[in-house]
Design a protein around this ligand. Structure first.
Ligand code: ADP
Ligand code: ZN
Ligand code: ZN
Length: 764
């Protein structure tokens, strides 16, 4: 057989202008090894600068090649890092989200792949933890990123650099700065390849399905065989069942059916750290056939898991969003649990949605796509209405526990009656009763708007970040001495957009008044107030700030499960997934804080969060009570969430989406242009708008594309960059991408930056 002599490659790190397929000669010594999917180094441009490149095709040399071909320099990994279907997927992504080949392919190859060829990993540790803690208390740190790193290392001791970067979302330069300032030092460590908890499972037999489960399992299993036979198109199902209705059992048994057919299974969950129970159940059925991929693995662990998938040692992959790219062969079934979750949408470029990627992969593999939810996204439910997907229902909870009883409390009334506390009288009474009976409670709070900000009561000035047009948020200083009470507790201000940290000013920066103070209801304030009202009952708090580090979540959840505290207080993080049989009361504080955000999804989000929070009550044999506190008790999302009436909510919401031509009736692309110079951002954005207008007028194919007027973004400054916004709408993805692509290529950005977000989840 003749060996391939030339290959086609795409550059890993090319800008849009160089994002093309290039042809190179394969030198004779690489002809045995170099195949499609390899990561190689090629000489590029006039200076023959070495560039990393993925091999997308190989072939024989044709006689009449008109120009001189350059040769591949070397391989950057011994074996292929991609499968051919992933290269096809990357092309789809490139066309759909207007990203480069490299952007798409980098999603599919763990960052550590080239690095982990070496057998050591770079670690970081604090030089002196005690001193670090005291320097921290002295306020020596001024950036959130640095703070996160120090706090993580105070928690875990030492950690691999890659992992710190991803857990704390910081760049390498932050770590270097910390090293330069003698907080931490680097060292190298041999790679450990075992995964904790890997052998920690007991095999569990499947349950006998109830009739509704049996129906769902039967339908999906039959689809598996017919998909396999036809290998064309994918079949899509939406499993809609309230929390506790047995969806997980349907996932496990349909996954088994796919495995029995010799095919592999991909299971996506919103956040691995939040779903340890689910992982345990999957392991207990599939044992060592499972690989778990998630963002908190160390690079070495991730590399090892990913290699196991490539070597076909596993048939089931469980993971969060990025696991949708796992290099599984012959996928038969893709399951997306809690498909409505926003965590499936990537918030960094390329801003893909895992559900869309899953659909592309399912089509390519001839697989069944099974979406599951207690509160399906409006998009997915509409696909069932329009016949693109099939609805499967699990109408009842498994076991004796019925649905929880839900009550709405009007907080305007509470205030009128003189109760200024965050806890209504009804909730206080329910909590006291539960604690007296030895039961537990979950208190759920969504921190939004001005909650947790610092306000001058004299002139109304709100302390904002100097670089971003958003209010700074107050945080208790965890590493300072234990606060005696909330008034004197050490507090710092953090900007959640750029990470700047400052202290609370003693006088109002605007008017000089001393009447400046904290305002609004954050989780910390709820905790303080809880302690004042319910001591000796104890509360655990769980939110973004208490959950830095790999194991913080699990530790808190374990403590709660062991009943070391009576209440769990937290943000939406605690609203989902967990199964605590001893919880009988769920309180939702300020339910309407989620509404009124300038975002077409805000009602949907409020409905989902309240319904999910409610699903936490009464999971055991005792009945549950859910108390929803709101100021605007007439809002349809709150009312229908209290009734747990999804179909009614869907009817209202879909009518609104249709009227406004919002998704799923249209596709939106939000183009954001940012610059340090305000006029530059504005001018580029207007120029883009003008180019859009011309294209709309001149090309009949785009007659139905709509463009809003360019405008300042709602948060118009982030990290000192001014942001302008152009929103473009069309009936379909292909049309919209085809419309936009030449426009952004033609735009001379100068120093401005451009970001594209298709189907945005945050409109800020
Ligand atoms: P969901 O995923 O819809 O929230 P789960 O699958 O977690 O629901 O099921 C809720 C509880 O019911 C779990 O404790 C599970 O073990 C149990 N369960 C599920 N299906 C059955 C069944 N067919 N027979 C008995 N128990 C079941
Ligand atoms: Zn003031
Ligand atoms: Zn900021």
């Amino acid at each position: 057989m003749n060996k391939a002599e030339v290959c086609q490659v795409v550059l890993r790190d090319a800008t849009r202008a160089f994002d093309r397929v290039y042809t190179y000669l394969i030198p004779p010594e690489l002809r045995d090894q170099l195949v499609v999917g390899c990561l190689a180094e090629v000489p590029f441009g006039k200076g023959n600068r070495p560039e990393a490149a993925f091999v997308t095709a190989c072939r024989q040399l044709e006689e009449e090649t008109p120009y001189q071909l350059k040769s591949v320099l070397r391989l950057l990994a011994d074996r292929p890092v991609l499968r051919p279907d992933q290269i096809r997927l990357a092309l789809h992504m490139k066309n759909r989200w207007l990203c480069s080949w490299g952007d798409a392919l980098r999603c599919m190859v763990p960052a550590a792949v080239s690095a982990v060829r070496e057998k050591v990993v770079r670690m970081a540790e604090l030089i002196d933890p005690a001193e670090a803690a005291s320097r921290l208390a002295d306020g020596e740190i001024s950036r959130l990123g640095q703070l996160r790193v120090i706090e993580l290392l105070l928690d875990v001791g030492a950690a691999p650099v890659q992992e710190i970067m991803s857990a704390c979302q910081v760049s390498r330069s932050i770590l270097s700065t910390l090293a330069k300032n003698e907080w931490l030092r680097f060292y190298e460590q041999e790679i450990r390849r075992t995964l904790e908890g890997e052998d920690d499972y007991a095999i569990q037999e499947p349950f006998t399905p109830n009739p509704a489960q049996a129906e769902a399992i039967g339908r999906v299993s039959r689809a598996l065989t017919s998909c396999e036979a036809s290998l064309e198109g994918c079949q899509e199902y939406l499993l809609y069942g309230v929390t506790g209705s047995g969806k997980t059992e349907v996932y496990l048994q349909t996954a088994q059916a796919a495995v029995n057919l010799g095919r592999s299974v991909l299971i996506l969950v919103p956040e691995i750290a939040l779903t340890p129970q689910m992982i345990r159940r999957i392991r207990s059925r599939f044992g060592t056939m499972v690989a778990v991929l998630h963002s908190r693995l160390t690079p070495a662990e991730r590399y090892e898991q990913w290699q196991r998938v490539l070597r076909q040692e596993v048939t089931v992959v469980v993971g969060a969003r990025s696991a949708v790219f796992a290099p599984l062969l012959d996928i038969g079934l893709i399951i997306i649990d809690e498909e409505q979750e926003a965590t499936y949408k990537s918030e960094t470029h390329p801003r893909y949605h895992a559900r869309d990627v899953a659909r592309l992969r399912a089509r390519d593999h001839g697989a069944v796509l099974l979406l599951g939810s207690a509160t399906p996204s409006v998009e997915s439910y509409q696909r069932c209405v329009s016949g693109q997907a099939t609805l499967l229902r699990l109408p009842d909870r498994v076991g004796e526990a019925g649905m929880a009883v839900t009550e709405i409390v009007d907080m305007r009334r509470e205030l009128a009656d003189g109760n200024r506390s965050m806890f209504s009288r009804r909730l206080t009474q329910a909590l006291n009763a539960a604690f007296a009976g030895g039961q537990q409670a979950i208190i759920f709070l969504n921190r939004r708007g001005f909650a947790g900000s610092v306000l001058c009561r004299n002139c109304g000035h709100i302390v904002r970040c100097r670089s971003c047009s958003v209010a700074m948020t107050t945080h208790l200083d965890r590493h300072a001495a234990e606060p005696a009470d909330s008034k004197t507790a050490p507090v710092r201000l953090i900007c959640h957009y750029c990470g700047r940290i400052t202290s609370v000013p003693e006088r109002c920066p605007a008017c000089g008044s001393r009447l400046i103070g904290r305002f609004g209801a954050g989780t910390q304030q709820a905790e303080t107030m809880f302690n004042a009202l319910f001591a000796p009952a104890k509360a655990l708090r769980m939110d973004q700030d208490t959950s830095v580090g790999r194991t913080a979540h699990e530790r808190l959840l374990d403590q709660f499960e062991r009943k070391e505290a009576q209440a769990l207080i937290g943000t939406q993080m605690i609203a989902k997934g967990h199964d605590f049989p001893n919880v009988t009361v769920v309180g939702v504080l300020a339910a309407d804080l989620m509404l009124g955000i300038s975002d077409f999804r805000s009602s949907e989000r409020a409905f989902q969060l309240i319904t999910q929070a409610a699903g936490r009550a009464g999971r055991g044999t005792m009945p549950g009570t859910v108390i929803i506190q709101a100021y605007n008790i007439d809002d349809y999302a709150i009312r229908l969430a209290a009734d747990q009436d999804y179909p009614a909510f869907f009817q209202q919401e879909i009518a609104y989406r249709s009227l406004m031509q919002y998704p799923p009736f249209a596709v939106i692309c939000m183009v954001t242009i940012s610059s340090l110079q305000e006029d530059e951002a504005k001018e580029r954005c207007e120029r883009l708008a003008e180019a859009c207008r011309v294209r709309l007028k001149e090309e009949a194919a785009f007659a139905h594309v709509q463009m809003m007027e360019p405008a300042r973004a709602p948060i118009y400054r982030i990290r000192s960059r001014y942001r302008y916004r152009l929103v473009i709408k069309a009936s379909g993805h292909e049309l919209l991408a085809a419309f936009i692509a030449p426009l952004i290529d033609g735009l001379d950005l100068k120093k401005a930056a451009i970001a594209l977000d298709f189907d945005p989840y945050s409109m800020l």
